[in-house]
Unconditional design. Structure first.
Lengths: 478, 100, 219
């Protein structure tokens, strides 16, 4: 066993809190280096933790030495370890990207580092927490950090988008908190491990209401249709690295919580809602894709694509009887996380170069920014579900699980979604491949930005070739 | 009907009022007030139901203290955003999301 | 259309309250009662008041994260507000200023008492910090304390120091056990140390939530 001093579970929470605080005190230039160094160390810790979990099952840390239900427990199984890996693996390239992206006097750049540090700390704390009320505090940490990142240094549009996001996220957490209150009143504890054997099919009515409240609140925070109204302005209006972090990681955190509740304490109750979730997921795919096809602004298009891709995650709920469905869901989380981060990063480069945020403004981009367009295309590959990308693997696994259980309608929805994604991806690519008018001006863009976007997009494709290890990790300790 | 239950029922009503307020009201300051009602309602339910048999339970009281601090932080951020929006646009309602 | 939406939301809200009321009234006693373990370990927790024992020891990790949330909210506010200069303070009526001058030392004394009393009755760092912050806001309102512009290094250290101290103690305790595992004989002293640091920082953060916003509008 590793020494307690370098217990990766705990340091994944303490380290980002520490560098975020230092980044605030020392200022943005040193803050950037602190952030990148901290995230690199966290990547190492996440890998170590994943190896430990893969080899030996779950890891538990009783904070304060008390143990649940008196104290708070931190627990890591395959699912949590995978989410931690994704978070650090996406955040590190985005941090390197952000360092070059923000101009020196940009208020958004000054505050990016401490806010992102708290965001990552909150995400890490969320993924390992085994206490329902502690999860509420981590949800607020993540939510307020995300709102701050959206609003920082912005004009009226960005501030309005941030306010809309703030109200949505606060109503979501409020509903979740009421649910936790009701569960405590029935069982006298908020510890997930303690609750597992206590919640049965004949739980009192209050527990059903609590479960519905918690899932509804989390659905609002995941922007599942019809609660998606806040996402396009927030993700579409924020600076590119912020949009990438939000689309890739923040919305996945509340989805992870729905999964955790579904597979854990509230399992007997929530399976009733499985087809409702799948229906809303399908609606999200169609509505999001339709809006993406119609979008005029590039970042809005990508944000609507997020709404659509999140729909795939909810298609797995009727299929959870087989373990393949959970693996498919997590693979989709990874695929979308890496691809969307890469896509927003590429969009950031394109917007910097052309000076405008429109799809039409991308005419001729492939000649001036080939690396960036290649990155965009690779991300698009994953979103469409083309082999050998991880997006293909995820969608293939969903279709396989659906057909194995006779739910062919889900397979049809997945295929249709892939086609719709192709429409809006090719919209952008076609524009980029157009011949340039002579007067079009492309501002020079730092190489770092292009290669960071490329790294993320390539990772989303290459993950498809190494999907087996991820599946093994998920199998451990579940 | 112990006092704990009365608190819990009041909390449920406040929560519903708060959510309805955030969803329906346009004026931003009143929406923030509605959010505070919602948070207070949830906290009242937590504390009220825990002492429904007239025995004080310290754990939910500590949780509510944490919840209050979190609500203060969120309210402060919301107010700062509203002030900034007012400074930039002169409005105290959210503009319609122009999907261009 | 709008009236239909309003009617729908109101109906749903009413139905929800009725449903919740019905469900609450049919509650049995809870399966687990945490009051017993709270009292059983109270002697080892470092404080004698059960609520503060839960807040500072048994569930101290929640407190750590909640202070992070508060600090984060301040940072987000600073990010939103940007670099506008602080408005000059407007002097209020001399009677009010005198009241402010008289009240402030009393508030400081009350705050110190609240911090110390947190060990054995309701009190602690948050309450003390809130009273100190209220004193700062009062002084600003009567014109004796100007609003704050973008914080410089000293103020930044003050804002972050309490949380940093908490983190440092938590990390140091990792060497001899789990996160935030206070050894029973040193628990009281460690908690008082953390709380003192937190009082200063929380006072600055809570005051800052008001004073950083006291700027000219339309900047």
């Amino acid at each position: 066993m590793t020494e307690p001093l370098i217990d990766p579970l705990v340091w994944l929470i303490l380290l980002p809190l520490a560098w975020a605080t230092l980044a605030f005190v020392l200022g943005p230039s040193r803050g950037a280096w602190l952030g990148i160094a901290g995230l690199a160390a966290q990547c190492g810790l996440a890998f170590e933790l994943a190896q430990k979990v893969g080899a030996g099952g779950t890891a538990v840390h009783a904070v304060g030495g008390w143990g649940a239900p008196l104290g708070i427990d931190l627990a890591v199984d395959g699912l949590s370890a995978a989410m931690l890996l994704l978070t650090q693996a996406v955040a590190l390239p985005l941090a390197i990207y952000a360092r070059s992206y923000f101009k020196a006097d940009d208020s958004a750049g000054t505050w990016f580092w401490p806010l992102t540090g708290f965001l990552i700390a909150g995400l890490n704390a969320l993924f390992v927490s085994a206490d329902l009320f502690n999860i509420y505090v981590t949800l607020e940490l993540v939510g307020l950090a995300a709102v701050g990142l959206v609003a920082a240094g912005g004009g009226a549009q960005q501030v309005a988008a941030a306010l809309r996001y703030l109200f949505a996220t606060l109503v979501g957490s409020g509903a979740y908190l009421l649910g936790v209150s009701l569960i405590y009143s029935v069982y006298g504890t908020v510890s997930i491990t303690t609750l597992l054997p206590l919640v049965t099919d004949d739980a009192p009515r209050l527990v059903w209401i609590a479960g519905a409240l918690m899932v509804a609140g989390l659905m609002l925070k995941t922007a599942l249709f019809p609660f998606h109204f806040w996402l396009p302005p927030a993700h579409g209006g924020a600076p590119a690295p912020v949009s990438a972090l939000l689309s890739a990681l923040v919305v996945k955190a509340s989805f992870y919580l729905i999964l955790r509740l579904w597979l854990g304490p509230l399992q007997p109750l929530l399976s009733v809602f499985a087809w409702l979730m799948a229906l809303l997921g399908a609606a999200a795919i169609f509505w999001g894709s339709w809006q993406a096809i119609r979008a005029v602004k590039l970042k809005r298009l990508i944000a609507y694509s997020t709404v659509a891709q999140l729909g795939y995650l909810f298609l797995i709920f009727p299929l959870l009887a087989a373990p393949g469905a959970l693996q498919a869901g997590v693979m989709q989380v990874f695929a979308h996380g890496l691809a969307k981060a890469g896509m927003f990063a590429a969009a950031g480069v394109l917007i910097k170069a052309t000076g405008r945020d429109t799809v039409a403004g991308l005419a001729g981009a492939v000649e001036r920014l080939p690396v960036t367009m290649f990155a965009f295309a690779l991300s698009g590959m994953t979103l469409m579900g083309l082999p050998p990308s991880s997006g293909f693997l995820a969608k293939w696994q969903i279709i396989e699980a659906a057909l194995a259980q006779g739910q062919w309608i889900i397979a049809v929805v997945v295929l249709a979604g892939g086609l719709l994604a192709a429409v809006y991806v090719f919209r952008v690519l076609r524009q980029a491949f157009l011949l340039t008018p002579a007067s079009a001006a492309f501002a020079p863009v730092s190489r770092t930005l292009e290669w960071c976007a490329f790294a993320l997009a390539a990772a989303s494709v290459l993950l498809g070739l190494r999907g087996v290890e991820l599946m093994q990790l998920l199998g451990a300790g579940t | 009907m112990t006092t704990g239950f009365v608190f819990a029922l009041a909390g449920a009503a406040l929560f519903a009022l708060g959510v309805a307020g955030v969803v329906l009201i346009g004026h931003l300051l009143r929406r923030i007030l509605a959010f505070n009602l919602m948070g207070s309602g949830a906290c009242l339910v937590l504390v009220g139901l825990a002492q429904r048999h007239d025995l004080a339970d310290p754990v939910p009281q500590a949780m509510v203290l944490t919840g209050i601090v979190v609500a203060v932080a969120a309210t402060a951020l919301a107010l700062a955003l509203v002030r900034k929006l007012h400074a930039l646009t002169g409005q105290l309602e959210l503009p319609d999301d122009a999907d261009d | 259309m709008k009236r239909m939406v309003v009617a729908l939301v109101v109906t749903l809200a009413l139905a929800f309250v009725l449903l919740l009321t019905g469900a609450m009234l049919e509650l049995e006693p809870a399966a687990i009662d945490l009051r017993a373990p709270v009292s059983a370990h109270l002697a080892d927790s470092g404080v004698t008041h059960p609520v503060n024992a839960v807040l500072l020891n048994y569930r101290g990790y929640d407190t750590l994260l909640e202070i992070a949330v508060l600090l984060l909210a301040l940072l987000a506010i600073l990010a939103v507000v940007g670099d506008a200069p602080a408005s000059p303070s407007r002097a209020a009526h001399p009677v009010l200023q005198t009241l402010g001058r008289l009240a402030t030392p009393l508030m400081v004394v009350v705050a110190v008492y609240l911090l110390w009393a947190g060990a054995f009755r309701p009190g602690g760092a948050f309450q003390a910090g809130a009273v100190l912050a209220a004193a700062a806001v009062l002084l600003h309102l009567v014109g004796l304390l100007p609003g704050w512009s973008t914080p410089r290094l000293r103020l930044r250290i003050g804002l972050a120091a309490g949380f940093a101290l908490f983190l440092a103690v938590a990390a140091a305790l990792l060497t001899q056990g789990s996160l935030l595992q206070y050894p029973p004989d040193a628990a009281g002293a460690l908690i008082l140390l953390i709380e003192s640091g937190l009082t200063v920082s929380l006072a600055l953060i809570l005051a800052g939530l008001f004073l950083f916003l006291a700027r000219e509008e339309g900047a």
